[in-house]
Design a protein. Sequence first.
Lengths: 379, 130
Amino acid sequence: MLAGCAAPLPLRGTGDLGVVIERAIGRLQVVDTSAHATLGTVDGLGDLSHASVVYSRDGRYAYVFGRDGGLTKVDLLERRIDRRTLQAGNSIGGAISQDGRVVAAQNYAPGGVKLFDARTLALLADIPSAVGPDGQRSKVVGLADAPEGRFVASLFDAGEIWLIDARNPRMPRITRFRGIGRQPYDGLVTPDGRYYVAGLFGEDGVALVDLWHPERGATRILDGYGKGEARLPVYKMPHLRGWAIADGYAFLPAVGHHEVLIVDTRTWREVGRVAVAGQPVFVIARPDARQVWVNFALPDNGKVQVIDTETRRVTATLAPGRAVLHLEFTPRGEEVWISVRDDNRVVVYDTATLARVATLAANAPSGIFFTSRATRIGF
Amino acid sequence: MCVRLRIRIAAVALLGTAAVLAPAGAPAQLTGAGVTTAAAGPAPARQRELVALLRQDCGACHGMRLTGGLGPPLTAEALYAKPADSMTETILSGRPGTAMPPWRHFMTESEAAWLVARLRNGTIDAPDSR
C-alpha cells in the first residue's frame, strides 16, 4: 500500500461513540461507549482549555468550540479534522440548529454570535452583541438551539437575552429581552424546547422566556433564593447546559450555595432544595430521570453526588478522583462517564449499582460528549 | 436588589477581615507548601502548586493560557501597566460586584505577590510546549 493511503474503514454506526476533550494538549479522544475503549485521537484543535461540542444530526461529525475561537469539524469515523476555522479571539461554546444546517458560535471576544454553514463552515452571519457597562461588546453565554430554527443566548455584561431567528441564516432576526437581571452566566432550553432558562450570577434569581410566547417577554423566577444568606465565593461558574429536568422538575445549581434548587416546571416555583457537598457545577439528570448527578467547584471537586429524584435526597457520594470536571450519561443512562482531570483518567460507573466498570487513561480530561446529543433539543 | 448587593459586599469584606484576624496562612487546599521568603519566593514545590492553581482554577475564568475568558486576560501585555499592589489585593480579596472571588484561603499575601510578579513579567511557565 502507498504511504498515506488509509485502509478502508470498517462499516459502523456512530450511535455509541463520543469524544473526550484532553484540555491541556488540544486533543480529543474518540471513544466507544459499548467497548469502554478509546478508538483513536485527533489533535491540532488549538486551545481546548474550555471546550464544548455539538454533533451533526447524522452523528458523524463533532463540532468542537475551543477557547481560542477555533471551530473544528471532526470526523469521528475517519478520526481526522474535516474543516477548521479560527472564527474569534476568545470563544466559549456553540450550538447547532434544529435542522442541522447551521452551527452557531458564542464568543467572548469580540462579543457576539456567528452563524456558519454546518457542511463547509462558511460564515453566514456575524451578530455583534450589545455593549455592556464597561463599553465593550458583551460576552455571550448560554447559547442553545430552540425549535422553529431559532437560537437563544444571554449577554453576560449587558444583562439581556437574545432570541435569534435563523431560518434565513444569512439574515437572522433578533428579538431582544432587556433588563432580565444582572450577569446571566449560562442558559438552557428545556427538553421539550419550550422554555429558555438563564441563571444569574449578579443576583439571586433566574430569568425565564416562554418560547411559545416570546411576546410576553422574560419573567423572573426564584427571586432571592439565597434569602440574604452570605453567598460563598464562587470558584467555578455553574453550567446549566446538560440540564437536569426530571419528572417535571428542574434541578438547578444555587450559585454560591451548597444546594440544588428544585423547581416545578409547570408553575416555575421552587418546591424544595437539596443540601449537597459543595457548590454545584453540573447538575445532570440520568436520561430516565430517576437520578440526578452533581459535581462541584473547588474545593469540593473530588466528589460526585447522586440525588434520588423521588425522595429528593442524596443517596450516594462518590470519590472518582482529583478534580472531577464533567460527567456524561450513555444514551439510555445505564452508565455514566466521569472525567477526573488531575488523575488523568475517565472513570465509568454503572448507575444502578454505582460500581466502577471501567477506567480509561486520558490527559487532563475535561468535557465528555456522546453522539446521542445529536438528537436532543438544547444540546 | 441594592440592599442585597450591599449585604453581599459586606459579607465579602467580613470574610476578608476574618482571614486577616486569623492569619494562619494555612491554605485550605494546597498543602505541602515550603517556606516562603520575600526574596526567593515560595519553595519550588509550592511554586508548582501555585502555577497549577493559576492555570487550572484561575484559568477557569481567565483561560488556562491566561488569554482571558469570563475574566480579563492575565498576560504580561495586559498587566504590565497595572499596579502590583492592587492586583495582589484583588487576588486576596476578590472584586465585589464581579465574578472574581477572594483567594485568601488558598494562598498567603507573599504568594499572591509572587504570582503577580511572575504574571507581570511573563515568566509563568507555559502549560505545554506549544
